[in-house]
Design a protein around this ligand. Structure first.
Ligand code: IMP
Length: 185
């Protein structure tokens, strides 16, 4: 089955292609504009986007993700894309400069609509820490400043390693279980 990932984020797209490959799903990138509201949770953002997209498409996956930093009461969270664009990773590091409490987590919320099936949402998170300085060349977004094991940043993992533990990798596993249980594969 081929499934359209509606995203403009090339990094996300690469991760979906790899994570879905082994599940008999072929991911391809689509760019369909849809309503992205500002809301308190990723689930609300995804739910609203899905309702809008279902007027135009009969199958798709959308993904809304964010970095939630404990010391900042969960900021940037749902504002992650804007914060990355405006402050960048250096700006985020400035916000936690000298702070010893560096716990953070990535969250990923996936909205999925398959042909003839009810839409559904799955979510997963990955706990970790904000590093003192960016490290590594791989990945995208906040990957250089986030580490789940406190040793290597997400940028220093290859994609298979990241998918095995990341918020998106875990959410894709839930997605696959859900699709399998509905007999769509
Ligand atoms: P959105 O889901 O596209 O709104 O993403 C929110 C922000 O978080 C974007 O700036 C992404 O680049 C970033 N982001 C989402 N997922 C990841 C990830 O797996 N690693 C690093 N940054 C991410």
């Amino acid at each position: 089955m081929r499934i359209k990932i509606i995203t403009s984020n090339a990094g996300k797209m690469r991760e979906y292609a790899q994570a879905l490959e082994g599940l008999g799903l072929e991911a391809f990138q689509g760019s369909v504009p849809y309503d992205e509201i500002q809301a308190d949770t990723l689930e609300e953002v995804v739910g609203h986007g899905m309702r809008d997209l279902m007027l135009k498409e009969d199958s798709f996956i959308i993904d809304d993700s964010g970095l939630f930093i404990d010391h900042l009461n969960g900021f940037p969270g749902v504002y992650s894309a804007y914060v990355l664009k405006t402050l960048g990773n250096q700006g985020v590091l400035k916000l936690v400069e000298g702070v010893s409490e560096r716990d953070a987590r990535f969250e990923c919320c996936i909205g999925c609509k398959l042909p003839g099936k009810e839409p559904f949402i799955v979510s997963a998170s990955c706990e970790g820490f904000i590093l003192d300085a960016p490290r590594g060349e791989g990945g995208f977004g906040f990957d250089p400043i986030f580490s789940s094991d406190g040793v290597r940043s997400f940028s220093e993992l290859d994609m298979g390693e990241k998918n095995a533990i990341s918020h998106r990798g875990l959410a894709v596993k839930k997605l696959a279980e859900r699709i399998e249980s509905e007999g769509s594969l």
